[in-house]
Design a protein around this ligand. Structure first.
Ligand SMILES: Nc1ncnc2c1ncn2[C@@H]1O[C@H](COP(=O)(O)OP(=O)(O)OP(=O)(O)O)[C@@H](O)[C@H]1O
Ligand SMILES: [Mg+2]
Length: 386
């Protein structure tokens, strides 16, 4: 599948109606409260659809009432000009949280809403999946949809253009991606689901004294670093054995001049050893500073011998010294040769270094409580109809 080029979110927190055009390497930045973390979470929610846990994830965020855009459905001209206070208007459309993306090959969108009040249920705060749609190409149109879900009914379109119903009783909390991907008649659905499942998210590795990454661990071949970094030593050893041993050594030396990293193995347990300029013995993970450990975790994530189609990093600069940001930008740019990468960042030094390495920079701003993307052309986008 080609890289994702359009990302659209509507009704999620401050992202009332955001459409982004992203590239092979994209960095999203903006002031505090502009919506960066919300964007990161919206991407996670999209990936959660393919894991069959979007409803649970929304519940963990406080349920639909909490994550829905809290402003008015529409701003009047007077509200925008500030001559009239911002106030609720009579709702014309149903409550709806929509997420979607598209590439040159496929597009996918999901629309979630609230259940009808009857029959009453103890779960009537659970959001419902109202509509899902998969189409070919960048833009959803009348003729290029090939899988569609409306309420409990799922239909697929064959090559001749004829629609065929494949399910009529899909539950409101199940996605067609997880429940209708029979490889015999819905191979594209399966492909899309597998693609979404392999998106990889890294967000604030723990580096406190009890952090999983500081413990020694039983090592098995680990081409993908766990999101808590617990298998750091095994991931580093795997890179050394099957992947980019030289790139790893270069990345460590680039960030820590005179430094090198190795993995000691004892009775099946793996432990990191880091040699640093000026020290007589190597340090293990328990002895490394927070910033050093976090940087090693980022190296292990970014040099994965099994690069994902899309990798999303949330504020990777946390607790790193500004001197480490240029080498981090180089490492991220290197990873973007094998994966599409989206970085959400606060640190101007990282943002400008990434931009110098060819990243597309997207700046978010907040206007009247709503995240907007000034200075960018809004890509055309159609949401599937309920
Ligand atoms: N349901 C909601 N409706 C509208 N706005 C919301 C809702 N929930 C949260 N917000 C607001 O959305 C804004 C964006 O939050 P977010 O955490 O994404 O910002 P951020 O850019 O990551 O900021 P920081 O740099 O401080 O981490 C915040 O100002 C928050 O108050
Ligand atoms: Mg944030």
């Amino acid at each position: 599948m080609n890289i994702i080029s359009r990302l659209c979110i509507s009704g999620y927190r401050s992202l009332r109606d955001v459409r982004l055009e992203v590239g092979q390497l994209t960095v999203v930045t903006g002031a505090n409260g502009s919506g960066k973390s919300s964007l990161y979470r919206a991407l996670r929610l999209l990936a959660d659809v393919a894991q069959g846990r979007i409803i649970q994830s929304l519940a963990l965020e406080g349920g639909l009432p909490s994550v829905l855009w809290a402003g008015p459905e529409q701003f009047s001209r007077a509200m925008k000009a500030g001559t009239q206070p911002v106030q609720g208007t009579v709702r014309k459309n149903s409550v709806s949280l929509k997420l979607g993306f598209s590439s040159d090959d496929y597009g996918f969108a999901i629309d979630l809403g609230l259940p009808l009040p009857c029959p009453p249920s103890r779960f009537d705060r659970d959001p419902e999946i109202k509509v899902e749609s998969i189409w070919t190409g960048l833009l959803l149109g009348r003729s290029n949809t090939f899988a569609q879900r409306k309420g409990p009914a799922v239909s697929l379109r064959n090559q001749e253009g004829a629609w065929r119903s494949i399910m009529t009783d899909l539950r409101a909390y199940d996605s067609m991606l997880t429940h209708c991907s029979d490889p015999r008649d819905a191979a594209e659905l399966l492909l899309l689901r597998e693609n979404l499942r392999s998106w990889r998210f890294y967000d604030h590795f723990r580096t406190d004294s009890e952090a999983p990454a500081r413990r020694r661990q039983v090592g098995t071949r680990t081409p993908v670093l766990a999101s808590d970094g617990a298998d750091l030593a095994a991931a580093i050893a795997t890179i050394q054995e099957v992947g980019a041993e030289d790139e790893l050594a270069t990345a460590v030396a680039d960030a820590f001049p005179g430094g090198s990293i190795d993995v000691r193995q004892e009775g099946g347990y793996f432990e990191i050893e880091m040699r640093q300029h000026g020290l007589l013995r190597p340090l293990d993970a328990a002895e490394l500073s927070d910033g050093t450990l976090r940087y090693l975790l980022l190296i292990a994530a970014l040099l994965s011998p099994r690069p994902p189609p899309l990798m999303i990093l949330n504020e990777p600069e946390t607790s790193l010294h500004p001197d480490l940001l240029p080498p981090l930008a180089r490492l991220i740019a290197q990873a973007s040769r094998h994966s599409q990468v989206i970085v959400v960042s606060h640190a101007e030094a990282l943002v400008s270094a990434l931009q110098a390495a060819g990243a597309k920079r997207i700046v978010l701003e907040k206007q009247l409580g709503e995240t907007v993307v000034p200075g960018e052309e809004r890509p055309v986008w159609n949401w599937p109809m309920r």
